[in-house]
Design a protein around this ligand. Structure first.
Ligand code: 5GP
Ligand code: MN
Length: 315
């Protein structure tokens, strides 16, 4: 899965791992970095190896592997410090992913489909189309449900197709408690996260009505002051999109080791291309991310210049 995994990265990978185990395979799940507290309820999550925290364990598993499944990312740079190791490994790498423009040469086999709502939906399809629908138990269902629900914005984005709803119906048939999963993901934060969100919406958000865009830029000192942990800023970028008329929202965070950018849009503005062009990133048409090696101030200035350059597409 990709670094700082979200619910789809973690859910699709654990779902596939649990399925492969049912077929008698031995599996090890590795995350390139740590992950949010609110993902830890997922079945199998306690056994996931954090490559940054336990590199020896992760490398031993990689060295033993006969197949490497890469889920919810399509360029090795998304695996951060694991990338160099993955690049030189000789066993076949299989891709299962729904982002744009895969780094095709890296993968021996794969399914890359930007039409899919989530990687979790793709794992579900793989299980069903290989004739193993009966292997989907309540644990696999919980992992895949969390992923598809999260990547479709709780089934509101255009990717939430009829097929997605049919998949959810099938997952419900395993006895899945979807209310509990929503609570695990959305009602499971510490007080400081909400205080932090209130603070940044009040003090760090700028709205540029001339570009139908808004930006939240967060300095490192805010993360320290509110004791912000991995995952605590997830979802923040969506708030400015709820302002009438705003078609594009950006979140730029100084995470100390790098400046991380997130972009979201509604309708016809392509943030994948925007992130690729200006911020060494990528993703989907309406949700993408990137990074910058400049300071926060310089990155914000570059963002404002990019808005100007894209002014006509934002009208
Ligand atoms: P987020 O803003 O939540 O980090 O990411 C939004 C989407 O863009 C996700 O699907 C994520 O996988 C993708 N994404 C985020 N950062 C990057 C990046 O630096 N490079 C690429 N290629 N995709 C990214
Ligand atoms: Mn995804």
């Amino acid at each position: 899965m990709h670094q700082k995994p979200d619910a789809d990265a973690m859910g699709s990978t654990l779902g596939l791992s649990l399925f492969l185990r049912q077929l008698g395979h031995q599996t090890t799940v590795i995350s390139p970095t740590n992950w949010a507290e609110w993902l830890k309820w997922m079945p199998g999550c306690a056994g996931v190896i954090d490559y940054e925290y336990s590199p020896e364990k992760a490398i031993a598993a990689l060295d033993q592997a006969e197949w490497i499944f890469c889920l919810d990312f399509n360029t090795l740079t998304r695996t951060r410090h694991m990338a160099a190791r993955l690049r030189k490994i000789s066993v076949p790498k299989l891709l299962i992913d729904h982002h744009q423009q895969p780094e095709e040469a890296v993968f021996a086999y794969g399914i890359s489909d930007t039409g899919k709502s989530s990687t979790s939906e793709m794992v579900y399809d793989l299980i069903v189309e290989s004739g193993h629908a009966d292997k989907i138990d309540i644990d696999i269902a919980a992992c895949l449900y969390a992923g598809v629900m999260s990547d479709t914005g709780s089934f509101r984005f255009p990717g939430a197709s009829a097929a997605v709803h049919r998949m959810v119906a099938a997952l419900k048939d395993t006895g899945l408690n979807h209310t509990q999963i929503h609570e695990n993901l959305f009602d499971n934060f510490l007080e400081n996260k909400l205080r932090f969100m209130g603070f940044v919406l009040q003090n760090r958000m700028e709205v540029y009505y001339e570009f139908n865009a808004a930006l939240i830029a967060i300095p490192w000192k805010d993360l320290v002051r509110y004791e912000i942990k991995t995952g605590d800023t997830e979802g923040l970028v969506n708030y400015p999109l709820s302002i009438q008329g705003i078609k594009m929202a950006a979140l730029i965070i100084d995470r100390d080791e790098e400046v991380k950018c997130s972009f979201r849009s509604k309708g016809g503005f392509d943030v994948n291309t925007f992130a690729r062009t200006y911020f060494d990133g990528g993703g989907h048409f309406n949700a993408a991310g990137g990074r910058s090696t400049d300071t926060l101030e310089v990155t914000v200035q570059r963002f404002l210049n990019a808005l100007k350059e894209n002014s006509s597409q934002l009208q």
